[in-house]
Each structure stands twice: as C-alpha cells, then as structure tokens.
Design a binder for this molecule. Structure first.
Ligand code: PLP
Length: 433
C-alpha cells in the first residue's frame, strides 16, 4: 500500500518511508492510498474470529505486500497481547476497556504496533535506529514500553524534571536496556525544541539514524482500528444500531474509528466527546473551525486546543462539515460535569471511571436522549483509573487498588541523566556516547 500527504494527494510515498518519516515535509499528515474494505463474510462470521485474527486481517490490508504475511502476523501477535473487554455498565451502555496493556492506557496499542513495525522495516540496516522523543508524560511511557528490548532500536526520552507525575517518571526511568531517560531542567516545550534541533543537525545525523515515533505516525493510527472491530465482535446484539463515544484530544482514536467504518464495520455513528478544549464539537455545531490555546483540565491527556488529526478527518469528509455531521456528533463537558459523572457512575454502577472515560460516557448519555430507544453505546475507556489516582481519590473519596504492574514500579530505582534545557548539552552528550 502507498501513502500520500493530506496536503498533496497525488504524490505517493512507500509504507516504509511514511512510517520512518512520521510527518511529510509539506506539513500534512500521511493517509493510505485507499481504505481497503473487508468482506461482508468477515463481518458476518466475526464471532468465530479472535482479537488477534482481527488485528492480522486489518493490518494485512495496509502492510502487505511491503512486509510478508509471516512478519505481519508476528507484529500483530506480539503487539496485541492483551484483551480489550467490552463491559456492560447498564442496558445498552458498554465500556470498551482499552487499558489492559503494560502502561494502562490505550496508547499502548499504537505504540507497540509501531515499534514492532519499525523494527522489521529497519531489519537490514547496519546502523542502529535511534528514536528521539520529548514527552509530557503518557506518550513517553507508551513509546518506551513499546520499544523496550526491540532489536536494533534505541529510545532516548526527554522529559521535563518535576513536571511529570511520580508514577509517570518511574515508567520512563526504570526500564533501562535500550531506553535512556534524559531529565531536562526545563519545560516540555524546551524538550520539544531540543528534539527538533537535533533533527536539523547534520553532524549529529552523520552519527545517528534518527526517527521520531510521533503520535501522528500512520503506524499508530492503523492498529487503533482493530479494537473498534473487536468491540463489534463482542457485542451480543448485532442488529440494533450502535455508536461509539470517544473521549478525544488529538483525535487519533476517533480517526481510527472512521477508518474501521470505511473498512465495512456497520457502526451507525460516532460521538466526539471532549473537555472544554472543544475545537471539534464547536466546528460540528457552527461549521467554523477555530482552534484555540490549550486549557488545563482534569482529563489532561485531552488538553489539546488544535487537534492534529483534524486534518485527516476533514480530508476524509472532503472538507465538508455537513458530510462530517452525518457520521459524527460532538459534545463537550467541563470538569464539574466530569466529576459529577464519576460520582454518579460509581454510586449507581460501582464502576470507577477515569476522568477521560467519564467525558466519553457523558457524551453517550447526551446523544442517547435523541437517539432511537434501542440504540447501543460503546464508550472507549482510554485509561485505567489509577493512572489518574489523585483525581479519583479526591472525587470519589476512595483509595482504588493499584494494579500490580504499577505498584511494583514504585520500588524500582529511577535512572535518569540530568541536563540543562540547552541544545548544546544534548548534542555533547549524544556525540560522546
Ligand atoms: C491520548 C489520550 C486520549 C486522547 O486520544 P486522542 O487520540 O489524542 O484523541 C484520551 N484519553 C487518554 C487516557 C489518553 O492518554
């Protein structure tokens, strides 16, 4: 399959180039040349499949023939090694739990798939591939975990000292092996600037093969459509209409759902649920796209004022807001509403929502008011509640049990290299290794 940039739809790039580059030079985003349809039989017989077979069937459409079927099978089996259970909260309302991976958030799916795909594309290179990534928390841990012990690739993470949660810091700094954590005495913006400068430095690039594993990499988008189809497999009532509500920030997750629909998934529509960073819901209401500065909220992984995947969504709907409205409805909620929903769901259903999932559930409840009465809603629960333990404790007044994988981290020793927020220091370090 070939890929093109949303800014130049008639120029094509190979799979390998699209993945290794992450971003096209023209500032657009990579899209697949066609969105392949899966056969009606595949969907009809879906209950006979497993999650890993679904992953393989979908991945094959995009990665073959560039990679062999054997390699594609290895990637999906290895990357998708945890379930995404569909849990019924109450009649017609389901939570799709995407947090059973190693870092307890849905970003594991994309990061694990991308890392293994990159490793295979990189196989015949003599020079090691170095992934340089700046993180404000969650992305870094999913990327670090995804690439952990992957042959021929090392990861160097830059994170702002004192500005990530203690648990996040442990996730970044305790892996060792091929993962190096640089603790920068500065802000996230400093980290990002240093990484950008490294990419432009020709002396550095003679020594290193660099890649970025950016969140808008097409190899992170493709695997996110697997679990939309797996949710349908798990749905008992396959005749009543069903909708997905997606708590959204950069809109990668929702865009992956749009790909699943175009591959043939018989979903009736999508609900774009956001916090007060509401550029997309506002666009759907007013028809004007006006991205804004970011506002801090308790669902902070969705604090995005100018979502990068909007370019992909807009492109899929031919820049027409009316076309987009046929498939997507948008709602946004403030922190008070989010906390109230966490309390409500805990008292009525004994289910602990994380703040992102709470925004998703609010979106479905709002949508349901005007939907046919037999409609079913599938809310993507994007993170385990203990990833946001402070908010959960303060809102629900309970002490949720920390999963063992996270609890064990607390006792591991942090290993980081402390550095000032200047590029020359980073360069000196990289050149001397
Ligand atoms: C990244 C993230 C989101 C937002 O996903 P997008 O694909 O950026 O819309 C939602 N919830 C959690 C927990 C996240 O980490």
């Amino acid at each position: 399959m070939r890929f093109y940039s949303t800014n130049s739809p008639s120029t094509f790039t190979s799979l390998g180039e699209a993945i290794m580059k992450s971003l096209p030079e023209d500032n657009g985003l990579f899209m697949p040349e066609t969105i392949p349809a899966l056969s009606p039989e595949f969907f009809k017989n879906i209950e006979r499949s497993t999650f890993s077979e679904i992953a393989f069937e979908v991945a094959k459409q995009y990665l073959s023939p560039d990679l062999s079927l054997e390699d594609i099978r290895k990637i999906t089996d290895d990357a998708i090694n945890f379930p995404v259970p569909l849990v019924e909260l109450e009649e017609g309302t389901f939570m799709l739990e995407l947090f059973h991976g190693p870092t307890l958030a849905f970003k594991d799916v994309g990061a694990r798939f991308m890392s293994r795909t990159m490793a295979l594309l990189n196989k015949n290179q003599s020079k090691k591939l170095t992934i340089l990534v700046a993180t404000s928390g969650d992305t870094g841990s999913a990327v670090a975990n995804g690439f952990y012990k992957v042959d021929g690739i090392e990861v160097i993470i830059l994170y702002p000292s004192g500005k990530v949660s203690p648990l996040q810091e442990k996730q970044l700094t305790t892996l060792g092996e091929n993962i190096t954590a640089l603790e920068i005495n500065g802000t996230f913006d400093d980290c990002q600037r240093m990484v950008k400068q490294a990419f432009l430095d020709t002396t550095l690039r003679e020594k290193y093969r660099l890649s970025s594993a950016n969140s808008i990499n097409i190899a992170r988008l493709i695997p996110q459509s697997f679990y939309y189809i797996d949710a349908y497999r798990q749905l008992k009532d396959k005749t009543s209409p069903f909708y997905f509500s997606i708590p959204s920030g950069n809109f990668g997750n929702l865009t992956a759902g749009l790909l699943a629909k175009r591959m043939g998934l018989p979903v009736s529509g999508f609900i774009a649920s956001t916090n007060v960073n509401n550029s997309v819901p506002r666009y759907l209401t007013s028809g004007e796209y006006q991205p804004t500065n970011t506002i801090a909220t308790i669902s902070n992984a969705m604090d995005v004022g100018a979502p990068s995947n909007f370019a992909r969504m807009n492109h899929l709907y031919h820049e027409s807001v009316n076309e987009m409205r046929n498939d997507i409805t948008g709602y946004f909620f403030d922190d008070d509403a989010t906390r109230a929903e966490m309390v409500n769901t805990y008292s009525h259903n004994r289910y602990i929502l994380d703040p992102h999932g709470a925004v998703g559930l609010l979106g479905w409840k709002e949508f349901k008011k005007s939907a046919p009465s037999n409609s079913q809603g599938i809310v993507l629960e994007t993170a385990h509640p203990t990833k946001f333990i402070d908010v959960v404790k303060e809102t629900l007044g309970i002490e949720p049990e920390i999963p063992k994988a996270l609890a064990d981290l607390i006792n591991l020793e942090k290993k980081s290299i402390v550095m000032g927020p200047d590029y020359e220091g980073l360069k000196a370090f990289l050149m001397s290794r």
